[in-house]
Every structure is written in structure tokens, then in C-alpha cells.
Design a protein. Structure first.
Length: 63
């Protein structure tokens, strides 16, 4: 079973990677792709917030 620190680490990495893809999709006017990724963005945001991670500095989407 993964520890909370493993889950947080993996979620931060995925959150960062996902935001880069979302920003690229938005820049290229790929709204359907952006919208699909947004659901995962919200899930990760909930996981990280629940784990006590301050998203102020790492949240580039700010939604």
C-alpha cells in the first residue's frame, strides 16, 4: 500500500504535467481535450487539498 507521501508526490507530478497539457490545449483552441482533462484536474486538486498541499504556487489554471 502506498504511503501518503508517495500519493502526494505522484499527485503533484501528475498535477503539474496535466496543467502543462491543459495550457497547451487551451492555447491551441482544443476545447474538447481541455474539458476532458479538466475533470482529472479537479480530482487531483481535491486529493492534494485533502492531503494539505498548498496549491497557491503550483496551480497555473486557477479554476
Amino acid at each position: 500500500m502506498p504511503s501518503i507521501s508517495d500519493i502526494v508526490r505522484d499527485s503533484v507530478v501528475e498535477f503539474s504535467r496535466l496543467q502543462k497539457w491543459m495550457l497547451s490545449a487551451k492555447e491551441n483552441n482544443d476545447t474538447p481535450t481541455y474539458d476532458m482533462m479538466f475533470d482529472r484536474y479537479v480530482e487531483l486538486k481535491v486529493i492534494l487539498t485533502t492531503a494539505g498541499v498548498n496549491l497557491t504556487d503550483i496551480d497555473k489554471i486557477k479554476a
